[in-house]
Write a protein that binds this ligand. Structure first.
Ligand code: MTE
Ligand code: MO
Length: 418
């Protein structure tokens, strides 16, 4: 069993059956799989919904908001889904474009001054799949998830992709512990940093080529719980999510979980890249110039409800949502139905006892006296006692908006009124 608290096998099996059905539909609609690469071409007719050409999978607008080269999951479309996010609904964050990689010729190079022999080792896809595997349920969440609320709730827009709360997904990942790969490569006790690098196109920003997407991890984290994943929810990694192999770095900002892994440098001195120096650090009025690179994600919550939903008065509804933290499991969730004036505890889903998210619900029967616009708020607390604040200090790049989000709805008239 996975270490991270998978307790909902029935829901998992149901999801897997659905995704298998979906694959069969795709196969029926599309040319045969390119057997060696696991590449799944988009089904016929997908062009109509393929708004971001840098992403390979279909992005139906009822499941995704497309934002530049990225696509966020719509929380309103996620109502009633199981614990994990099916691959076809998982958000995508691409600095450039999803590459097509042939698994037969693919190699993972592990090298550097932190190894007994600096030339290191080269692993094939088959080598990787033959090593001892581990399966975990973990979230991947973008550091900028919730960014638009710096503007919408606090009046200060931040630069970057204007995510709502949908730049998170939870999946069941299978792969090889990075610790085992480093062990096989001959890690020296003097090793300090481990830098995974992607095979997607290099990133050009302001006319300067920044090289391939890469970001160092301290060796302590690399040896702790990091996975080199090759399966996502029981299928080979989809092209958009890092085929043939990606890192999954539990609890940390999504940029740490490098997709389309090609090289891992292991060094006996600190390593640097634009992604731990220029970006993915806090900068701005209240932050010191030497703020450290971002690591763990903070507490957040989302309702599985349309923005500006209308709920009829006089009818019982059950509000659903999820809360998560990269630091510790969720201990409690409080919900306000009146913009923060009063709070009631949400009912937590008993089977969700992991490090990734926790589902919750709150029953509510709005009365006719409640008619009109109002805001719903969910506020989660994790087991370290960290509770979502009402506001957070601004930072230039809009990272880590973990304040409570005020979700607008309207209570309509009773059925008799309408
Ligand atoms: N090689 C590579 N790895 C990458 C990225 C990328 O653009 N290239 N984006 C990162 C960011 S910022 C995030 S949030 C996650 C998103 O993972 P997903 O697209 O599978 O949801 O991948 C990370 N790994
Ligand atoms: Mo990200």
């Amino acid at each position: 069993m996975p270490a991270a608290g998978w307790n909902d096998e029935a829901a998992y099996d149901a999801e897997r059956a659905v995704s298998r059905r979906r694959v069969l539909q795709l196969l029926a609609a599309a040319p045969p799989l390119l057997a060696t690469s696991g590449w799944l071409p988009p089904p016929a007719g997908a062009q109509a919904v393929q708004a971001a050409p840098t992403i390979v999978k279909p992005l139906p607008p009822e499941w995704f908001n497309v934002l530049g080269t990225n696509a966020e999951m719509r929380w309103d479309a996620f109502r009633g889904q199981g614990f994990t996010v099916p691959n076809e609904r998982f958000f995508v964050r691409n600095h450039t474009s999803t590459p097509a990689i042939d698994a037969e010729s693919w190699r993972l190079q592990v090298f550097g001054s932190g190894l007994r022999r600096p030339e290191g080792i080269s692993l094939s896809y088959r080598d990787l799949r033959r090593m001892r595997s581990r399966t975990v349920i973990e979230a991947v969440e973008c550091a900028g998830n919730g960014r638009r609320f710096f503007r919408d709730q606090q009046g200060t827009p931040a630069a970057g992709t204007s995510w709502s709360l949908g730049a998170i997904g939870v999946a069941r990942w299978k792969g090889v512990p990075l610790a085992d790969i480093l062990d096989r490569a001959g890690l020296r006790p003097t090793a300090v940093d481990v830098m995974p690098e992607g095979l997607d196109a290099t990133v050009v920003s302001g006319g300067v080529d920044q090289g391939h997407v890469r970001r160092p991890l301290p060796v302590g984290k690399a040896l702790d719980d990091v996975l080199v994943a090759y399966e996502m929810n029981g299928e080979p990694l989809p092209p958009d999510h890092g085929f043939p192999a990606r890192l999954v770095v539990p609890g940390w900002v999504g940029i740490a979980s490098i997709k389309w892994l090609g090289r891992i440098e292991v060094a006996d001195q600190p390593l640097f890249s634009p992604w731990n120096t220029t970006s993915y650090r806090m900068t701005g009025p209240t932050y010191p110039p030497d703020s450290p690179p971002l690591t763990t994600q903070l507490v957040k919550s989302a309702f599985e409800l349309p923005w500006d939903a209308t709920l009829p008065a006089g009818e019982r509804t059950v509000l659903h949502g999820r809360s998560w933290s990269g630091v510790a499991p969720i201990r409690r969730v409080d919900v306000s139905l009146d913009d923060g004036a009063t709070w009631r505890p949400a009912h937590l889903h008993h089977s969700d006892r992991g490090r990734s998210w926790t589902r919750w619900s709150v029953p509510w029967t709005p009365r006719s006296g409640d008619a009109g616009p109002r805001r719903l708020i969910a506020r989660a607390t994790d087991r370290t006692g960290a509770t979502q604040p009402a506001t957070v200090p601004f930072n230039d790049a809009g990272y880590q908006f973990w304040a409570t989000v005020r979700h607008p709805i309207t209570v309509g008239g009773t059925r008799a009124d309408r």
